[in-house]
Design a binder for this molecule. Structure first.
Ligand SMILES: *Cc1c(COP(=O)(O)O)cnc(C)c1O
Length: 381
């Protein structure tokens, strides 16, 4: 269905209809393994004529999800994993082996930062963390054994939009691969593979699933890298369960609709908060894509605002250590996503006690704006 547009492709992505008795929705293959009639049938699996053997290796529901996101991202192949974190690990291990070196952006999601700085060493992979705001720094940190440049298409929490063309240009110059976390942008707004990025990763827990009811990840990219990543996922046991894959796939069907509404709401909220004198700074991307600028708004409140009181006054807007659900939520980076960082690291990326990340939902735009306005006013010291 390569010729169809985003939403059409999304809702019509299905398993082979003959396999699923023309069911309208994909059945859940809640089975740890698949059986065989005789030894010839078993042999046919190894010859590639029967698709499934054991669910840790491959299952119809996880296959469907991997293919759907690869399709939306216009990547050659995709694979679903147990979480965004395991998708990131699988992608890095597909591109770098012991003795290799990777260069990663300093302003990554807290968990990714921790994985890269604290765990990759145990796999024998060397790491440099640099500012990707300055591509000269990126260039200078590339060494003989560098295999991968790792960054996010829209960073967290300051929503810096990565220059993917420039990233790919440098990678090609030095013959290294690129990997981009596209969680905040989603394929609705950005498709990094179309710009030459080799691997794109998602915490499908966020916008792709969209309903805060599942933890899952997806990795897409070139066929050779995804084939390698699949082997790592199987061996590390980082596969996604059939039910979680099914839930993620079901949530994903409305990705386009949700992103459209949530980006629109976020744009209005960012504009309203920009006019509010009690908000020191509003971080919202100027341009991500023709379809919108994403649904996360980060704010720094003035010193005259009592932060605990602000959180207490939000009413139906709840504090949640996540983002991207259909409900508007707020998070507090210093206490959640970036809790593991030292004071020095926090200062370097500019996170302080007054920084709050807003994940804008699908509610009515005026309700969202009013709710934030009244919470800020209630919290004046
Ligand atoms: C949440 C998140 C992750 C981690 O994903 P999990 O599904 O929680 O494992 C990685 N990157 C970004 C940008 C995220 O927001």
């Amino acid at each position: 269905m390569a010729h169809t547009s985003f939403d059409t492709k999304l809702v019509h992505q299905k398993l082979d209809q003959k396999e699923v008795h023309n069911s309208k929705s994909t059945p859940i293959y809640q089975s740890s393994a698949f059986t065989f009639e005789d030894l010839d049938h078993l042999e046919s699996y190894y010859e590639g004529d029967s698709p499934y053997l054991y669910s840790r290796e491959k299952n119809p529901n996880t296959e469907e999800l991997g293919k759907t996101i690869a399709n939306l991202e216009r990547a050659e192949a995709g694979v679903a994993t147990s979480s965004g974190m395991s998708a990131i690990l699988a992608g890095i291990l597909a591109a770098a082996k012991p003795g290799d070196h990777i260069v990663a952006a300093e302003d990554l999601y807290g968990g990714s930062h921790k994985l890269i700085t604290k765990e990759l060493g145990t796999f024998g992979i060397e790491v440099s963390i640099v500012s990707f705001r300055d591509f000269d720094q990126v260039k200078h940190s590339i060494k003989e054994n560098t295999k991968l440049l790792y960054t996010e298409s829209i960073s967290n929490p300051f929503l810096r939009v990565e220059d993917l063309e420039k990233l790919v240009e440098i990678a090609e110059e030095f013959n290294v691969k690129t990997m981009v976390d596209n969680t905040f942008a989603t394929p609705y707004l950005l498709q990094p593979c179309t710009k030459g990025v080799d691997l794109v990763v998602h915490s499908a827990t966020k916008y792709i699933g969209g309903h805060s009811d599942v933890t899952s990840g997806v990795l897409v990219g070139t066929k050779d890298l995804i084939d390698t990543a699949k082997q790592k996922i199987i061996t590390l046991g980082a596969n996604l369960s059939p039910f979680e894959a099914w839930l993620t796939q079901r949530g994903a069907k409305t990705l386009g609709l949700r992103m459209k509404q949530q980006s629109h709401n976020a744009e209005s909220l960012a504009a309203a908060l920009n006019y509010n004198k009690l908000v020191k700074t509003v971080y919202y991307p100027e341009f991500v894509s023709d379809r919108g600028n994403g649904a996360i708004v980060t704010i720094e409140l003035e010193e005259t605002i009592d932060i605990p009181m602000f959180f207490k006054s939000l009413g139906w807007i709840k504090i949640a250590p996540t983002l991207a659900g259909v409900e508007t939520t707020v998070s507090y980076p210093v206490r959640t996503s970036h809790r593991a960082l030292s004071q020095e690291e926090l200062e370097k990326i500019g996170i302080n006690d007054s920084i709050i990340r807003l994940s804008v939902g699908i509610e009515d735009e005026s309700d969202i704006i009013d709710q934030f306005k009244q919470a800020i006013h209630k919290a004046i010291k």
